[in-house]
Design a protein around this ligand. Structure first.
Ligand code: 6PG
Length: 494
């Protein structure tokens, strides 16, 4: 079908890059008629005459034509580059829409922009949704994880489409056997916040896997084929996940010449910013999101390739060969990765709990685990366990206090500690695995050395401190040198 004049499309989609095209085809597979538009018009024609041929997909050559093809209330979804293009399309759409129509942003937008845009679009009498869509090209085509937030009144109008095209997993909250990896997340920026946190956790998972790979390669001298086999085995156990699965495949992949492609790839990581945003939000709210932030910094350090090449010729470290039980150490690496992953998700959930309080969102933490259980990049069996933890106790304060995860960490911790000790001894950097353990050891301590820190602050700046023998919120100052005054600083926390 090509251009028509009657309003018959269920949804319009702007942005025909590969994600957009695949999502349109997925929607059409599920019985929806989709109208499509792209700023470069030839892409519309190519798509209509290509993979969209013979399907209920309508090509539009202008915003006006796109809007004219839609049933009311009109639903227009943008899958365009995050940032200014989203604002530009919103302004292009608004004059053509009427009260109750819905603009949807399916890109990786910053949640602060989505909060602002929701208010702006609502001020025009329209509704707005900012939604995370995860799963890459494959996910978009066959079932992504979709995390929508924004104007609550818009949800009933997009729910049937989004839940139809989303990935499905076992065990819905209503006990249904096939639950969609898509549910309403919350108001204004909530959907994009949860997607951002997903990406931060994705950074953490990827870095942990990279550290496990590095230990196998550098400490144990394992071949790609051996590592391929180890990841294949891990993928059949507790670490069963998409990222372990693709790591297995990457390690076994050779080019036409028989060379392993992994060994040909330059060791400098790129990033588009969502991990960094997660870290910024954590710093703003004072949440110790150490593992994800380490993962971001590990990418930054990797990017200093030229400096590292120079330093590698100047700076020394231990040059030891592994002399222990290799098989046992591989199991220890497994346990270190697993325990660190538990820390990462614990921190990610702490962040979302803080954000819910900060922004007034009523986040369903078990529901989020279900949304991430399938379709998205961090999909895993593990997320099913997180869902179970929140099903058992919806107001669970911290994942580490859940019986299952507490016991899992306890069982994994001897190996986890051995791995870090060995890595330090051999000079192999494992920033995410070791910061995860530092978090665990800090979180489980009743008393930390912050008493000394407070004393130092009070010593040099009269910043005051609270006492263990007095009620909280009573502040004291000591004249540490005998020459200080009795004027104190204010006790505000930035
Ligand atoms: C997804 C991914 C995706 C993200 C890429 C790239 O959920 O499908 O998170 O949204 O854009 O993974 O991220 P970086 O370039 O920052 O690694």
């Amino acid at each position: 079908m090509s251009r028509v004049d009657i309003a018959q499309a269920d949804i319009g989609l702007i942005g025909l890059a590969v994600m957009g095209q695949n999502l349109v085809l997925n929607m059409e597979d599920h019985g929806f008629t989709v109208a499509v538009y792209n700023r470069t018009l030839s892409k519309v024609d190519d798509f209509i005459n290509g993979s969209a041929k013979g399907r209920n997909i309508i090509g539009a050559h202008s915003i006006e034509e796109l809007v004219g093809a839609l049933k009311k209330p009109r639903r227009v979804m943008m899958l365009v580059k995050a940032g200014q293009p989203v604002d530009d399309f919103i302004d292009l759409l608004i004059p053509h829409l009427e009260a109750g129509d819905i603009i949807i942003d399916g890109g990786n937008s910053n949640y602060n922009d989505t909060i602002r845009r929701t208010a702006y679009v609502e001020s025009k009498g329209l509704l707005y949704i900012g939604t995370g869509v995860s799963g890459g090209e494959e996910g978009a085509r066959h079932g992504p994880s979709i995390m929508p937030g924004g104007s609550t009144d818009a949800w009933p109008h997009v729910k049937p489409i989004f839940q139809a095209v989303a990935a499905k997993v076992e065990g819905g909250t209503d006990g249904s056997p096939s639950a969609p990896c898509c549910d309403w997340v919350g108001e204004n920026g909530a959907g994009h916040y949860v997607k951002m946190t997903h990406n931060g956790i994705e950074y953490g998972d990827m870095q942990l896997i990279c550290e496990a790979y590095y230990l196998m390669k550098e400490a144990l001298g394992m071949s790609n084929e051996e590592m391929h086999g180890t990841f294949a085995e891990w993928n059949r156990g507790k670490l069963d996940s998409y990222l372990i699965e693709i790591t297995r495949d990457i390690l076994g992949f050779r080019d036409e010449g028989g060379k392993y492609v992994i060994d040909l790839i330059l060791d400098t990581a790129g990033q588009k910013g969502t991990g960094k945003w997660t870290g910024i939000s954590a710093l703003d709210m004072g949440i110790p999101l150490t593992l994800i932030v380490e993962a971001v910094f590990a990418r930054c350090l990797s990017a200093l390739k030229d400096e590292r090449v120079v330093a590698s010729k100047v700076l020394s470290g231990p040059s030891l060969t592994f002399d222990g039980d290799r098989q046992a150490f591989i199991q220890d690496i497994h346990d270190a990765l697993y325990a660190s992953k538990i820390m990462s998700y614990t921190q990610g959930y702490m962040l979302m709990q803080a954000a819910a309080a900060e922004y007034g969102w009523n986040l369903n933490l078990g529901g989020i685990a279900l949304m991430w259980r399938g379709g998205c990049i961090i999909r895993s069996a593990f997320l099913g366990k997180i869902k179970e933890a929140f099903d058992k106790k919806p107001d669970l304060n911290n994942l580490l206090l859940d019986d299952y995860f507490r016991a899992e960490v306890e069982a994994a911790q001897p190996g986890w500690r051995r791995v870090i000790a060995k890595a330090v001894e051999m000079g192999v950097p494992v920033p995410a695995i070791s910061s995860a353990l530092a978090f665990y050891d800090g979180y489980r301590r009743e008393r930390l050395p912050a008493n000394l820190l407070q004393a130092q602050r009070d010593y040099f700046g009269a910043h005051t401190y609270e006492r263990i023998d007095r009620p909280r919120k009573e502040f004291f100052h000591t004249d540490w040198t005998g020459s200080g005054g009795d004027v104190t600083s204010t006790t505000y926390n930035a």
